[in-house]
Design a protein around this ligand. Sequence first.
Ligand SMILES: Cc1cc2nc3c(=O)[nH]c(=O)nc-3n(C[C@H](O)[C@H](O)[C@H](O)COP(=O)(O)OP(=O)(O)OC[C@H]3O[C@@H](n4cnc5c(N)ncnc54)[C@H](O)[C@@H]3O)c2cc1C
Length: 831
Amino acid sequence: MSSKFTIEEVSRHNVKNDCWIIVGDDVLDCTKWLSDHPGGGKTILQYAGKDATKQFNLLHEPGTIESAAPWVKIGKLVKGGSSSAPESSSPSSQQSFQTREQMMGRYSNSSEVPSPIKVDFSQPNNPISLLPIQPTHASETPSRNSGGTAAILPAARKLASFDVNEMISLIDGGPKKTKNRRFIESPTADFDFFDKIYWSTPEILREHVRLYLKIHESYWNTYRPTREEVAWMTRVTINKGSMMNHYGLFLPTLLTRASPRQVMEFLIRTLQMKIIGVYAQTELGHGSNVRGLQTTAHYDKKTEEFILNTPTLSSMKWWPGTLGKVGTHAVVYAQLILEGKEYGIHEFILQIRDSNHRPFPGIELGDLGPKLGDNANDTGFMRLENVRIPRDRMLSRYQQVSPDGKYMKSAGKANPRTHYMTMMIARGSMMRGAGDQLARAATVATRYSEVRKQGFTDSTQGISYKSKEKTILDHQIQAFRIFRQISRSYAFIFAGIWMSSKFGEWDKGDSNLASMKELASTSNGLKAMCTVMALEGIEDCRKCCGGNGYLMASGVATQAADYAWQCTAEGDFVILFLQTARYLIQRVRDIKKGDKVVGHFAYLNAIGEPGFSSQTAKIVEAKSADDFLDLDFLAELYRIRALSSLGAVSDDFEGLIAKGQTWDIAFNSCAVQLLEATKYHCMSFLVELFRGTVSEVKGGPCKEVLQKVGAFFAVSHLLDSNWAGVLDFQGMRFAQSASSILLTQLRNDAVPLVDAFDFPDRVLSSAIGRYDGNIYEALFESAKKSELNQMDPFLGYEDVLRPYLDLEFLKAGNAKRYPEPKTSKFGPSKL
Ligand SMILES: Cc1cc2nc3c(=O)[nH]c(=O)nc-3n(C[C@H](O)[C@H](O)[C@H](O)COP(=O)(O)OP(=O)(O)OC[C@H]3O[C@@H](n4cnc5c(N)ncnc54)[C@H](O)[C@@H]3O)c2cc1C
């Protein structure tokens, strides 16, 4: 192929029966490919005669043309020709491709956002309020219709040591990103989440699907959102599970496991929500042990089809999100069997519902029923009985089955980079999600704790009920609990952002395989740690709100229940900790044999140094509480703590191996200790990431406050755990003092620090965590909406309660006393 064409020449071939396009420096004649293009002919036609490189690259993997339709390439583009065929700017058809710049460009010069509603981006937390409450008094004086709290949060915000808008951009990664995030979140503005507490399960599902589609339909079309943008979308959806599988699991599997041809067939439709994807791995009888799955895929070479079966009750697919009611296609994990020979687990794309959304014959689908929480997610079951699918429905980037039933490895070898990337994308987004969810709960608990008063300021005085009371955040123990969760939120968000930045570097190929492997293995433990700590933290935030935290109107009452699944899904937390432990114990073995580790794990090399003792890695001599205010000192302290634990468990493990135990038996015997050591390794990693993040912030009030938040994150965790052998008694006392100092220093920044998470009221759905602090009015308004308040007397009064009541006594009411009997069996009344 040696033909050369100018842009002018290409631009003349711009109609359906003569359609050329440019991709990179290739000229493609797509005329005959239009009808075969898996994404539809229209998508190509709108670039007829034009350069489609950018749009092509957004949606296709390298090598797609070569593998799907190599013959469309007819020549090369001659550079320097005049550009009579400019790159297309977003055509108006439904199938248009658009770049992020084009999307945002429409709004880049103003704070305008498209429908449904205008959002004021200049506010730290755009105050779109779900409850139309105007307090009658903005003063501290309560009355019958005012809680008298309206002035509290504005006053608290005036005491901030830093600029909240600056912190918001710092978390987002710059003002442009803040604008982008708020733009993505804006479609949620016309959803009243607050009322969800009165919705039935089918209504929650319907509204969630509506919301999720809405986020996409307005802006995304064929545009492929970045990982960060998907995280932002998730932040503002009602529950976190439903429909996320489509993006979080189905799409990545497609991109990493499907052949270029399969990608072409499914990718655009997936991005446009024309099909809804499900990730069907787990079975009723098997979850953590993926190799033990029992769904089968037998190949029938006569018809060139796979026959899918879940042959036993326990092999039915069980748990996949979006499977129960919403999904149209599933990636099904099944054992591949060719002429009786097993080839292990492979993935198959199966259409599960037809155009009327009914399951196909042989496919039985349903929802699992009410769960502890997250009921917007139609997690479901699927039984398969002799379901036939064409041969090309096995995901075949790395292997295929030939028409005559031979197993063939594809030319492209499985790329370990892709493997690690996929793993880390899922883990990284769950870490970020842990931070976001905890931040949501911390926002509610902090604002409530600032507004709520309980306990006299001076309890030694003769107390009148009119005496001055303390805001509950001024009780040290409450402050400790609240700041612990604020600091964890920051830590997890920063860790998630850092992981994403690593993907960015890796996307560019800027990393060696060894460091990818290290980070991927640690990301397992980090996902486990962040999700488990976030769950604990969300629940503690609820408890920090006392009785009102138990009301659904608090917005935090069921948040922990809605979140809890994240500790199990995508890898049970214990299994993930143990996977990191497996890697660590192996690295420590290598180090003991003389190997050196580089990068983030270099601290482990100390174990190989002469004189290292596992019992006392080093007693750290802290000189004063000030040491514990210093993030460098704290990061070093955590490294030593991790070394001490890993060294000790490694000694025990090696002892068992020396006694002749197998690797697996020795590992299992040390599992509890290993898990603890892995937690210290992960915690050390989080402290180090916090330290690293702060060190990159330019000097100023934001940096100063973050330094304190980071120190509190490390110190508050330290006070809960076992530091024997690393810190002596005096050291622990210094740590305790440091915690008190930090609480005092951070006190006035409590509300500003949570404002910087930038959750709109509509997403918090909380009467007690509102931006304006009018909590009592909001609680009362919400109570009035209770279903029970819509009818009097209650259902069942007539037939259940009334027959038991003393109606004569009740008739007397409060105004009139019931006449006393003159005499009773005890004699005349003395009253
Ligand atoms: C809300 C929700 C959504 C989900 N979504 C999906 C989805 O979309 N697609 C999908 O395919 N799956 C999904 N899952 C399933 C999820 O991935 C599994 O629940 C998870 O992998 C754990 O498997 P299991 O439930 O079989 O637990 P098991 O593996 O049976 O674990 C039970 C207990 O045994 C322990 N255990 C098991 N093996 C070991 C071991 N080797 N060493 C030590 N301890 C061990 C575990 O720590 C755990 O405490 C979802 C689950 C939930 C709760």
